[in-house]
Design a protein around this ligand. Structure first.
Ligand code: HEC
Length: 142
């Protein structure tokens, strides 16, 4: 899906380039540029995952998150067992202090902030990995 999307964008960009370089009023009359705009429309409602997919901090953290069990209880934009990462990002400022505090909760487990359900502890995750995970979560501001 990602591949076809970026391919689409690439093709659009190419088409735009060809159009721009082709120049001349004739081209403007014959190639009806509006035809290509509906395909570009989804860019208006991109998901947070799409929005940050090229951010190195996001990439590093989300890889570690996916390698762990986090996604069984958390989704990026929908609450399941735990809060969505977008909700967490909206609640906490992206400061080093909050990164350290939340990384501590990932390792030790947490409860009482979002409801009655508790987050299982993850004693085998290093503090560095937990921080990378949290950094990628706190990045997810709309
Ligand atoms: C068994 C389900 C479960 C798993 C697995 C899980 N979480 Fe959670 N997580 C929760 C729940 C439930 C909460 C809300 C806890 C609360 O109310 O304090 C939570 C809260 C959080 C919070 C916010 C903590 C706060 O105090 O606001 C972060 C950040 C978080 N999880 C990250 C992670 C990461 C990273 C992983 C993977 C290493 C992970 N979680 C794995 C269930 C889970």
């Amino acid at each position: 899906m990602k591949i076809s999307k970026s391919l689409n964008l690439g093709l659009l960009a190419l088409a735009g380039l060809a159009f721009a370089c082709g120049g001349g009023e004739k081209a403007a009359e014959t190639t009806a540029p509006e035809a290509s705009t509906p395909a570009a429309a989804p860019a208006q409602e991109i998901s947070l995952e799409e929005k940050y997919k090229d951010d190195p901090i996001y990439i590093k953290g989300i890889e570690k998150i996916k390698a762990s069990d986090c996604m069984t209880c958390h989704m990026v934009e929908r609450k399941i067992i735990g809060p969505s990462y977008a909700e967490v990002a909206a609640k906490y400022e992206n400061t080093e202090e909050n990164v350290t505090m939340l990384a501590g909760k990932v390792i030790a487990g947490g409860a009482g902030v979002w409801g009655e359900v508790m987050m299982a502890p993850h004693p085998s995750i290093s503090e560095e990995d937990a921080k990378d995970m949290v950094r990628s979560i706190l990045l997810l501001k709309k």
